[in-house]
Design a protein around this ligand. Sequence first.
Ligand code: TA6
Length: 318
Amino acid sequence: MSNSERVPVELCKGVNGLDKVVLREVRGSSAEVYLYGGHVTSWKNEHGEELLFVSSKAIFKPPKPIRGGIPICFPQFSNHGPLEPHGFARNRFWSIDTDPPPFPTTSSSKAFVDLILKPSEEDLKIWPHSFEFRLRVTLGPGGDLMLTSRIRNTSTDGKPFSFTFAYHTYFSVSDISEVRVEGLETLDYLDNLQNKERFTEQGDAITFESEVDKIYLSTPTKIAILDHEKKRTFVIRKDGLPDAVVWNPWDKKAKAMADFGDDEYKHMLCVETAAVEKQITLKPVGSLILRGSSRAAKNPILGSKSCTGALLQHVVGA
Ligand code: TA6
């Protein structure tokens, strides 16, 4: 496809006729975002190589969340609360935000889309809080993928609300047993396989030889996934998201998931930028900007003091 044909943003139909937005960057990288779930399902580098994992058995049909890509976990991470696992944002229809408030950072990229989610009457029955969740997905000039969330508490009852959150990213890897994760060494984590008991990680980079489901607490803002076989390193930068979750279901859990292939655990790894240990609290009229790669992080926080400095950002380069 020639550069002239590479329209930066295209709304089109995806699996099962679901609306999706295709983002294309001049040098060849691309990304796809479904309005169903505000869900990134593809991120390709300038060689057209897919960098995210989506299961061959993924179900693109409500109310089932799409298995793979980047599900948005909001307003609850996993079973850390009374709602359905990982909250409801990932199985709701988002809209294109035609009139987003000015974006706090400037990016030269034209390949971005703004989505918005507001609660339905049904949602207010299960989570009685009015909010506006704006998500901007940007494909940067170098092919970096940036997810920026801006959440406003629009309640008129003066009540704050609290939530937990994750960008539940499924990375595509060549062979899980050959992958290392750097940046989480010596940190404390909650082990989801041992009743969320708290442990301290050993000193070396993390490698994989069995099921892993750990919530690392107060991690550095930069984490790397090294895929030796593909000579590829994913660099994840985050701001305002203190925690990071590492998950691989391995063989048994893989077999137990209907929308996941039995052997697919060998080719995926979830490294999720998250706020789990401490809930984020937003007061009404306050808004939280969840964005900002390191350069953007210098921008002032608009919003309530209870979220001081909380830029929830997810930038990945490969
Ligand atoms: O983020 C890790 C985790 O919470 C695991 O415990 C596992 O359940 C995974 O998410 C997938 O959750 P899902 O609800 O998408 O099946």
